[in-house]
Design a protein around this ligand. Structure first.
Ligand code: HPA
Length: 268
């Protein structure tokens, strides 16, 4: 894939180079409304970008200023269940790294495997389990980005997590640390799968984030990631949940998550 064509294209349009990339998950795209002096670039105009096919995910890169810091926001992301390859899904991350971005903040909607994390709870991801069955770094190593066998021991930057916890505390917002397990979807998990994931130590389950984080770490970006719990998984009940429930519950936590992210930006 030719990252440089996308990078050259964006450099001509994006104004000052962003320091931080923020990926907005399902139902969380309004953080972009807080960005000042926005430059909105639809994915369809960017060479190499694919387009999100999911409801609730718009498809734009938004460059601008948030809390006085230069950011690029990925409004709408690509998922494995849509049929894209992991190379396509993570294309924006490598483009960000080549542009000069240093920090990668991901957000997502997730189901809870932990009874203490209920809908509306914001979870600070401290680690993940990649249950996609594939890794975005499979294949020839792109050594211009990073090493063949990157360490994921501090994938979710300890320093940024400490900052997030402190920021949440200062603003009296509940933020719990947890482990995220990524599944391919698009079907939701069975009860047996949820029981297994909980026994493995996962707190929340979702269908995104992990490929982007692995590539971001490979590129040397500092990562911070948040889940918003949108539903209890079916270990706790036997009700069906829908994509509409996910979007409604994301609405509950959105303002607090926006506050945490804007405050953190001031400090990094
Ligand atoms: N499972 C997987 N992905 C999700 C869920 C879930 O329960 N909720 C939101 N995204």
């Amino acid at each position: 894939m030719d990252f440089n064509i996308a990078v050259q294209y964006l450099k001509q349009r994006c104004g000052a180079i962003p320091e931080t990339a923020i990926v907005l998950g399902s139902g969380l795209s309004t953080l972009a409304d807080l960005i000042e002096d926005k430059i909105i670039i639809p994915y369809k105009d960017i060479p190499g970008f694919v387009q999100s096919t999911v409801e609730g995910h718009s498809g734009n890169l938004i460059f601008g200023n948030l809390s006085g810091k230069r950011v690029v926001c990925q409004q709408g992301r690509f998922h494995y269940y849509e049929g894209w390859s992991l190379e396509q899904i993570t294309f924006p991350v490598r483009v960000f790294a080549l542009l000069g971005v240093k920090n990668y903040i991901a957000t997502n909607a997730a189901g809870s495997l932990n009874e203490t994390m209920t809908p509306g709870q914001i979870v600070l991801i401290k680690d993940h389990i990649n249950h996609l069955g594939v890794n975005p770094l499979r294949g020839v190593n792109l050594s211009e980005f990073g090493v063949r066998f990157p360490s994921l021991h501090d994938a979710y930057s300890y320093q940024l997590r400490e900052l997030a916890l402190k920021t949440a505390q200062e603003n009296a917002i509940s933020l719990k640390e947890g482990v995220y397990i990524a599944v391919s979807g698009p079907s939701f998990e069975t009860k047996a799968e949820c029981k297994m994931f909980a026994s493995w130590g996962a707190d929340v389950v979702g269908m995104s984030t992990v490929p982007g984080v692995i590539v971001a770490v490979h590129c040397g970006l500092k990562v911070l990631a948040f889940s918003v719990v949108t539903n209890m998984t079916n270990i706790f009940h036997s009700l069906e949940h829908t994509h509409e429930d996910v979007q409604k519950a994301a609405e509950l936590a959105k303002d607090n998550l926006e506050l945490i992210i804007s405050q953190i930006l001031k400090k990094i």
